[in-house]
Design a protein around this ligand. Structure first.
Ligand code: CO
Length: 431
């Protein structure tokens, strides 16, 4: 199972690729794509449907034997975006000796220093001219070789480097791409590379490339490590590991009376307030449309919401052996200790005693250990999907996730055992 996760991580350097891989797996499991521009049409018990938004979020529905109004739905949600660097328009900056670097902008909250001195590549989507101006075509891009690097300044120029360095997002974080060989390449190095890559799968003319959403990605594959190979080293464990666990649970799920939902949102790392984020009404309207397609009314949808339960799955902080003092004295989950329920008195997490009890019971039934996380009271901590979603659909639910080290590093550390535990718990939840 862990190899399936590593393969998924490597094939999903950014949100768009993650969604492509998730929908590919859903289709193999018999889920049918729904076009939200068209009527949903007739749906029957047991139908498996999915829909995407912006190519960067995906929502899968396995309809129950009973209508939504009678049994509600069980939902697992997670997010497919991770902190990285976006390539700006007019990105090429040429310096002495023809060396070209790319202008970038930070996406989300990366630990920036972890992006230095490692082979990076580009991934995202490229927009190509379509039949008319309102329907441009999208081509996904993932250059599968080391292509760029953000290089450090030598220690000889900054002897205090190990005492901590303040980094400028604008000047320190620009990767080098290459050295211009002839004048024709000047200003065209990036576009030439994009064009060359796209032409490996169907011809694209340079003048037909209209725009792109491209991001930096670690070019080194994910791996396990440790004396017993008990750890995972990879970028984007937050939150692709939870996306993967939710997907596997849904693929293996039996038919049930209630409806199952897997919701993978984009833009959690920037606050979720986009049409493809958890702050969007898109999921609520899709659920409403399904309830109507089942012959229900608006009332049926509201009943379904009241009967529903959400597991908002986003990674938690594992106890770090070098930084004990940063953690709550009595609630600091450990790597390998099982899924983590997150609590926050200020309600940044959806969990309360009722919803936590429900999830802890799910874990117990699945034979999986379960841990609890609360911030050290002097540390602000983060936020996640659960509450943002609850503000548009008032769902009962729990915020949880597997514990990792170095959240938002270019390479985070997770636990092999925890991934298996989480899949077991999610499978139980969906059974
Ligand atoms: Co996250």
């Amino acid at each position: 199972m862990i190899n399936r996760l590593l393969t998924f991580l490597d094939a999903s350097p950014v949100n768009f690729l993650a969604v492509k891989n998730l929908t590919g797996e859903l289709e193999q499991a018999g889920f049918r794509r729904v076009d939200p521009q068209e009527p949903i049409g007739n749906v029957t018990a047991g139908d498996k449907l999915y829909v995407t938004k912006n190519d960067s979020s995906v929502y899968a529905f396995q309809l129950g034997r009973k209508p939504l109004a009678e049994t509600g739905f069980r939902m697992i949600c997670a997010h497919c975006d991770s902190p990285t660097f976006r390539i700006k328009p007019n990105a090429e900056m040429q310096g002495d000796g023809g060396i070209v670097k790319l202008n970038t902008e930070v996406y989300g909250g990366p630990i920036m220093s972890t992006w230095f001195d490692r082979p990076l590549t580009l991934a995202g989507r490229v927009i190509v001219r379509g039949a008319d101006e309102m329907s441009p075509q999208t081509r996904l891009l993932h250059i599968k070789r080391p292509l760029l690097q953000i290089s450090n300044l030598a220690i000889h120029f900054n002897r205090e480097v190990n005492d901590g360095v303040k980094l400028s997002k604008q000047t320190d974080m620009l990767p080098i791409l290459g050295i211009i060989k002839d004048e024709l390449e000047s200003g065209n190095l990036l576009m030439n590379l994009i064009c060359e890559e796209l032409n490996k799968e169907g011809s694209v003319k340079r003048e037909d490339i209209l725009d792109f959403d491209l991001y930096l990605a670690d070019a080194t594959p994910a791996c396990t490590f440790g004396a017993h190979n008990e750890f995972i080293s990879s970028g984007r464990l937050d939150d692709l590991s939870m996306c993967h666990a939710g997907l596997v649970a849904l693929q293996d799920a039996p038919e049930t009376d209630y409806t199952k939902v897997l919701a993978i949102f984009d833009n959690e790392e920037t606050g979720s307030q986009t049409k493809q984020g958890a702050g969007s009404p898109f999921l609520a309207t899709m659920l409403q449309r399904i309830a109507l397609a089942q012959g229900g009314t608006e009332e049926a949808f509201y009943q379904a919401v009241e009967r529903a339960f959400m597991v908002s799955a986003d990674n938690a902080h594992a106890w770090h052996p070098n930084y004990s003092a940063k953690y709550d004295p009595t609630n600091h989950p450990v790597l390998g200790g099982g899924p983590v329920i997150k609590f926050n008195a200020a309600q940044k997490y959806a969990s309360d005693a009722v919803s936590a009890a429900v999830f802890a019971e799910v874990c117990r039934k699945a034979g999986v250990p379960c841990q609890r996380f609360v911030n050290h009271s002097d540390v602000a901590g983060g936020s996640t999907l659960g509450n943002i979603l609850a503000s548009s659909i008032p769902l009962r639910g729990v915020d949880m996730g597997n514990a990792i080290l170095a959240m938002h590093s270019c390479r985070e550390t997770g636990s092999v055992a925890d991934h298996a535990y989480c899949i077991k718990a999610f499978t139980q939840f969906f059974s």
